[in-house]
Design a protein around this ligand. Structure first.
Ligand SMILES: *[C@@H]1O[C@H](CO)[C@@H](O)[C@H](O)[C@H]1NC(C)=O
Ligand SMILES: *[C@@H]1O[C@H](CO)[C@@H](O)[C@H](O)[C@H]1NC(C)=O
Ligand SMILES: *[C@@H]1O[C@H](CO)[C@@H](O)[C@H](O)[C@H]1NC(C)=O
Length: 539
C-alpha cells in the first residue's frame, strides 16, 4: 500500500463544478490556490417577468444591490456569464481570431490523418499559417490589418465544415471534448488568452436550461398550482415508505433521475422523493413537479434556505444556502508509467455541506437513499432497504486510487487512517438514526469552524471523508457504473447491466458536450412534450 502512495508524487485536485479552485499536492506540499467570487444579485420577481417577456435581457440590469448573496458560481454558469457580460469584451475581434486559431490547431492533427482529405488538410494548414502571421504582432483590434475580415470569414467557413461533420465527425468531436480535459492552469491560461474556452464554458450551463427555470418560475406565480403535495404530507414523514433524497438546482436533471427511479421500481407508489433546492430554483422545481407525475411516486420539494432560516443550528448566512454534491477532478502523476501515460484523471464526487443537515431535514426517518442529480437508475432499488450494513452509517462505492493520506495537506487533524480509500457520492444508503446518535453533523461543523482559511467548498472533500471514517459500508461495484461524464471507454455491456449510472465528470448528459454514446441512457427518461421545454429550445 505504502508503495503505491509513494509512486504518485503529485496529485492535482480541481473542484470541477466551479473550476475556480486549483490545488496541487506535490509530495505533500500544497501549491497555488486561486479563487474568484462573484456577487449574486437579487432578482425580484417583477423584473424577472420583464426579463422573460422582454427581449431576453438576461436579467443583469434588473439586478439590485440589496441583500447581496455570495455566489461562487459554476465555471460557465449562466450567472457567471451575466456578470462577465456586464463589461464589454475588449479587442473582441482579436480574441475571436485567436479562438479560430485555437480551434483550427486543435482539429488539424485529426483532419490530417483522414484519408481523402488532403485538399482540405492543405487548406486548413494554410489558414492556420495566415492566422498565425496576422496575430504574431497584433494584440489590439486597432492593429489588425485591413484584410482581417476576409480571413476571419474564410476560417469561419472552414471551422463550420469541421463542425458540420463533413469530415470524419467522431474524431473531431472527440478532440473538441478533450479540450475540456485540460488542466486547470491551462484552462485558466486559455480563458485569459482567448474567448474560446470561456464560451465553451458558458455552454456548460446552457442558456436554454436557465430559460426553463425562468419560465417555470413565472408560471408558478401566474397559475394556481394543484398543490398535490398537501394531500401527500403524511407520506413524506412515514418511515414505511422508501425515501429518496436529492439536492439539486437543475430541474431537468432532477426530473430525469426521479423518472428513471420510478419507471424501474416494482412499486412506484411506495416511493417518496425529497428534493432540496435553493430559493432561486424553488418555484421552478415546485411548478415542474406539480405539473409532472412519475407513475405513483411522490415528490416533495423543499427550499433548504427556508428550512435553515428557522433552524437555530445554522447561523451564518453562508451555511443557510444550498451546498449540493461537489465534484473534484483528481489528476495523478504516476511516475512509474511511461511518460505518455503518466497522467491519470478521476472525478470524485463528495457530499456537499448541505448533506450534513439530513438528520435534521428528515427528523422522522431512518434509512434513506441519497441520489445525485447526474444519476440514472436502471433497476429496482428497494433491496437497498434490506441491506445489512452492520454498525456502519453510510453505504457507498469506494475508490482506492486515492487515499486519505494523500490529502493530508488539506486536513488539519493528524488523527486519521492515511490508508483509507475515498468514496463516492452518487448512490448512498444512509442510516439517519446512527448518524444522529454519533453526532456526526456537529463534529463536522466543529471541524469546519476551526479553519476558515480554506474555501468552504474545497473543504467538502477532506471534511466529508473524515466525518465518515470507519463508518463506510462498501457497496458492491454492480450497484453503480460511474465515469459516464468523462470516460470514453465504458462498454455497452457494463452500462446495461449496472443498477445505476453515474455521469460524474464534466460531460453531463444534458449538455451538448455529453459523450454521445452515453446520452441515450439518460434521454430515455427525459420528459418530452413539455410545453416549456419546446419554448426554451430543449429537445
Ligand atoms: C429580493 O428583494 C426583494 C425586495 O427588493 C425582497 O422582498 C426579496 O425577499 C428579495 N429576495 C431574495 C431572494 O433575497
Ligand atoms: C501506477 O503505475 C504502476 C505501474 O504501471 C501501476 O502498477 C499502479 O497501479 C499505478 N497506480 C495507479 C494509482 O494507477
Ligand atoms: C418518464 O420516462 C418515460 C420513458 O421511460 C417517458 O415516456 C415519460 O415521459 C417520462 N416522464 C416524465 C414525467 O419525465
Amino acid at each position: 500500500m505504502q508503495d503505491q502512495i509513494n509512486i504518485m508524487h503529485a496529485i492535482t485536485l480541481t473542484l470541477i463544478s466551479t473550476r475556480l479552485h486549483v490545488l496541487t499536492v506535490c509530495d505533500g506540499v500544497s501549491g497555488s490556490h486561486t479563487q474568484r467570487r462573484y456577487q449574486l444579485k437579487n432578482l425580484s420577481w417583477k423584473s424577472m417577468d420583464t426579463a422573460v417577456d422582454g427581449k431576453e435581457s438576461q436579467g443583469q440590469e434588473v439586478a439590485q444591490e440589496e441583500n447581496p448573496k455570495s455566489c461562487e458560481l459554476e465555471y460557465g454558469s449562466y450567472c457567471l456569464w451575466s456578470v462577465e457580460h456586464k463589461e464589454e469584451m475588449k479587442d473582441a475581434i482579436v480574441k475571436r481570431l485567436k479562438d479560430q486559431l485555437f480551434m483550427a490547431r486543435a482539429h488539424y492533427p485529426s483532419i490530417a490523418k483522414l484519408k481523402h482529405q488532403e485538399r482540405f488538410t492543405r487548406e486548413l494548414k494554410q489558414h492556420i499559417q495566415e492566422h498565425e502571421r496576422m496575430l504574431s504582432d497584433t494584440i489590439a483590434d486597432a492593429d489588425l490589418p485591413q484584410f482581417f475580415a476576409e480571413k476571419l470569414e474564410k476560417m469561419e467557413g472552414t471551422i463550420e465544415r469541421i463542425k458540420s461533420c463533413e469530415v470524419g465527425c467522431s474524431n473531431v468531436e472527440r478532440k473538441l471534448r478533450q479540450l475540456l480535459d485540460l488542466t486547470e492552469d491551462e484552462a485558466y491560461f486559455h480563458t485569459r488568452q482567448s474567448a474560446f474556452l470561456y464560451h465553451l464554458g458558458v455552454q456548460t450551463m446552457p442558456k436554454t436550461h436557465h430559460c426553463l427555470s425562468m419560465r417555470l418560475t413565472v408560471e408558478y406565480f401566474k397559475s394556481a398550482s394543484p398543490q398535490r403535495e398537501l394531500l401527500n404530507k403524511q407520506k413524506f414523514e412515514d418511515p414505511a415508505f422508501y425515501h429518496y433524497v436529492m439536492f439539486s438546482r437543475n430541474v431537468l436533471a432532477a426530473s430525469t433521475t426521479i423518472n428513471s427511479t420510478a419507471m424501474n421500481s416494482k412499486d412506484s407508489g411506495s416511493i417518496v422523493f425529497h428534493v432540496f433546492t435553493d430559493t432561486q430554483n424553488f418555484y421552478a422545481m415546485k411548478h415542474w413537479f406539480d405539473r409532472n407525475s412519475y407513475l405513483d411516486a411522490n415528490v416533495h420539494v423543499t427550499n433548504i434556505e427556508d428550512h435553515n432560516k428557522l433552524s437555530k443550528d445554522v447561523e451564518s448566512l453562508e451555511r443557510q444556502q444550498l451546498w449540493p454534491t461537489e465534484e473534484f477532478r483528481v489528476t495523478f502523476h504516476n511516475h512509474s508509467q511511461p511518460l505518455r501515460r503518466q497522467m491519470k484523471t478521476e472525478y470524485i464526487s463528495v457530499f456537499g455541506h448541505s448533506h450534513f443537515l439530513l438528520p435534521d431535514l428528515l427528523p422522522s426517518l431512518n434509512r434513506v437513499v441519497v441520489l445525485d442529480d447526474d444519476m440514472i437508475v436502471q433497476k429496482d432499488l428497494s433491496s437497498l432497504w434490506n441491506l445489512n450494513m452492520g454498525d456502519k452509517v453510510i453505504g457507498a462505492v469506494q475508490f482506492c486510487g486515492v487515499r486519505l493520506g494523500q490529502l493530508k495537506a488539506y486536513v488539519e487533524e493528524n488523527n486519521f487512517d492515511a490508508d483509507s480509500c475515498v468514496w463516492f457520492s452518487g448512490l448512498n444508503v444512509i442510516e439517519l438514526e446512527k448518524w444522529r446518535d454519533l453526532g456526526i453533523t456537529s463534529l463536522h461543523d466543529q471541524s469546519l469552524q476551526k479553519d476558515s482559511s480554506v474555501s468552504h467548498r474545497l473543504e467538502a472533500l477532506p471534511r466529508g471523508l473524515l466525518a465518515f471514517q470507519d463508518l463506510i459500508y462498501p457497496l458492491k461495484g454492480s450497484w453503480v457504473q460511474s465515469g459516464l461524464g468523462y470516460d470514453y471507454g465504458i462498454s455497452r455491456i457494463d452500462i446495461e447491466k449496472a443498477a445505476t449510472l453515474h455521469y460524474n465528470g464534466v460531460m453531463k448528459p444534458w449538455l451538448d458536450l455529453a459523450i454521445h454514446d452515453y446520452k441515450s441512457y439518460w434521454r430515455k427518461y427525459m420528459t418530452n412534450g413539455e410545453r416549456f421545454m419546446a419554448e426554451c429550445n430543449i429537445h
